[in-house]
Design a binder for this molecule. Structure first.
Ligand SMILES: O=C1O[C@H](COP(=O)(O)O)[C@@H](O)[C@H](O)[C@H]1O
Length: 232
């Protein structure tokens, strides 16, 4: 298991430090020519970081942004991760980026899967940067303990980009990028705040099955160091 710790004294410093890191990796990829893709998480944690990143002087017109996972709700819902990205990241200079949502107008994630898969397959994969979050239950992306498709999301068929997910703690049905797609990124960051999540992370680093604490699958299977960005 290989990790690199980046600890910050405050949430503001963490947001700024992670935004700097993401911008630096995107800059390296863009310098190679062509486009660069960034996959971000939803939930409550990323808001400040999104706002810090949105002002970076990148060639955003060559950046594609998507989510690592999405709740199967429309963007009018306050549960929509896409709505969070539009409100806090696709602003200022970053408004020139192309956003590729994981939700489409279909009743279920299974119904929308082919359309979303085509959108993600068209991105310049592998991702330059993937930014994961983590819940207090050890879920990351939509890899939930007890998820009905957790085993498939962690070990999908070759080339499978996305998986659906339903789980007791997930609320709505979900759609998520699969583990190999996340692990293939040039830079894989885990963005967490607070003593509670620090304890969850420590437990995941020690032992236990990935089925009980899916973040462990990321930590154990990544061939590159997982860059952990944390503040108290
Ligand atoms: O449901 C989700 O939760 C996780 C963690 O969110 P947070 O509110 O604890 O920061 C998030 O990483 C994921 O993208 C989201 O769909």
């Amino acid at each position: 298991m290989s990790i690199a710790r980046h600890d910050f004294p405050t949430a503001e410093a963490l947001a700024s430090g992670l935004a700097d890191h993401i911008a630096a990796v995107l800059t390296v990829r863009l310098a190679q020519g062509g486009r660069a893709a960034l996959a971000v998480s939803g939930g409550r944690t990323p808001t400040r970081m999104f706002e810090a990143l949105s002002g970076k002087p990148l060639d955003w017109a060559r950046v594609d942004i998507t989510l690592v996972d999405e709740r199967w709700v429309g963007e009018e819902s306050d549960r929509s991760n896409a709505a969070l990205v539009r409100k806090h990241l696709l602003q200022g200079p970053a408004a020139a980026a192309t956003f590729v949502p994981l939700h489409v107008d279909a009743p279920t994630p299974e119904d929308g899967m082919a359309q979303v898969t085509a959108s993600i397959a068209a991105l310049p994969l592998p991702f330059a940067v993937v930014v994961l979050g983590m819940g207090d239950d050890g879920h990351t992306a939509s890899f939930f303990p007890g998820g009905d498709r957790l085993a498939q999301a962690l070990a999908p068929a070759a080339g499978q980009l996305l998986e659906t997910m339903r789980a007791p703690a997930a609320g709505e049905p979900r759609i998520t990028l699969t583990l190999p797609v996340l692990l293939a990124a040039d830079a894989l960051c885990l963005h967490i705040e607070g003593a509670g999540k620090q304890r969850v992370l420590e437990a995941a680093l020690v032992a236990g099955p990935a089925e009980a604490m899916p973040i462990r699958a990321v930590l154990t299977r990544s061939v590159r160091p997982v860059e952990i960005f944390w503040c108290p």
